[in-house]
Design a protein around this ligand. Structure first.
Ligand code: FE2
Length: 318
């Protein structure tokens, strides 16, 4: 196990100041501690905020994963075609909808009131499973460095139908962001007592994109293969990304457990729900209020938490 420098933060910025940063891209002035070596940052209550493990992931399987993850941004061309609003990163136009994708499995959300494997995952089953050894490396780091959170998540994973877990890990779902700085947010829909794991691939030349916890004024400039284990229920976001070469690219992969996946029925039953939902949306049957075993995600009744989770599908982490 790597020797970690343990840091305990004692103060957070005033709530009023924090509120003004929500949703915004951060600046260098939003932190005054930048981690440059292996570290564990503890909160005043003794709970971990993050564990930073530089260059934890490397070698062939890490390099190969880039080849799988890199083209994912191309799969969302609808965003460009539909003229989705873009934004500018370092003078270049980027399109929000093509830069973030969910892979793995998700619980019922919005107009998909059934558990499912995401579209990319279904269409690229072989490439997805080629990532499992890398996911196992992340799983191992999580178990080693944050054992109590890992055990809590493992317990949930063990109580979840295996078809909704990704390989032999404690993760159900991954978010892939490509060259996409996120505004300040807290993750929604993932396990409270668990932890999120995040790694990055860097290509070309860019600066910024520092993963920052503005409330505690702590930041990390993630390098290729760095792994951060973090409590994503604390405010976090990126500083602005400045692309300085044509091939500049920052891919981040976030691995987590989606809490409501624990309630998913068998793949067969969920597929049946999907067929029924599609039929209903085509007007073949009339909507009823007591569908999906009383789940609150019946059409037209989306709890606000799920709206947050849906937003996560285009704006999750870093
Ligand atoms: Fe996040």
């Amino acid at each position: 196990m790597e020797q970690l420098t343990e840091i305990r933060v004692r103060t957070k910025i005033p709530e009023s100041e924090m509120e003004q940063k929500v949703g915004k891209i951060l600046a260098e002035s939003d932190y005054n501690v930048r981690l440059t070596g292996p570290a564990r940052v503890m909160l005043p209550d003794g709970k971990p905020l993050l564990i930073y493990l530089p260059r934890y992931l490397n070698g062939e399987r890490f390099e190969q994963a880039y080849d799988v993850l890199h083209p994912i941004k191309m799969s969302g061309n609808r965003g460009l075609a539909s003229g989705a609003p873009g934004f500018t990163v370092g003078g270049r136009r980027r399109y929000k909808s093509v830069n973030s994708a969910i892979i793995g499995n998700v619980d019922p959300l919005g107009n998909t009131p059934y558990c499912r494997t995401t579209a990319w995952t279904g269409d690229h089953a072989e490439e997805f499973s080629s990532l499992f050894p890398l996911f196992m490396d992340v799983d191992r780091a999580f178990a080693e460095y944050v054992p109590d959170r890992y055990l809590a998540q493992k317990k949930r994973a063990n109580a979840t139908l295996p078809e909704w877990m990704v390989g032999d890990t404690v993760f159900t779902t991954m978010t892939v962001n490509n060259t996409y700085p996120t505004g300040v947010h807290k993750d929604a829909g993932d396990l409270d007592e668990g932890f999120s794991c995040l790694t990055t691939w860097r290509r070309g030349n860019y600066s910024g994109g520092h993963l920052t916890f503005p409330e505690w004024r702590v930041s990390v400039d993630l390098k290729d293969g760095d792994l951060i284990l973090m409590d994503a229920h604390h405010w976090h976001g990126n500083t602005a990304l400045n692309l300085m070469s044509e091939d500049a690219e920052r891919i981040s992969l976030v691995l987590y457990y989606r809490t409501k996946v624990a309630d998913c029925a068998s793949a067969e039953e969920e597929a049946h729900k999907e067929v029924m939902a599609k039929k209903r949306s085509m007007g073949e049957t009339r909507p009823t209020s007591a569908v999906w075993n009383g789940s609150t995600t019946a059409l037209g009744k989306i709890p606000s938490m799920d709206i947050d989770a849906m937003n996560e599908s285009v704006s999750t982490s870093d």
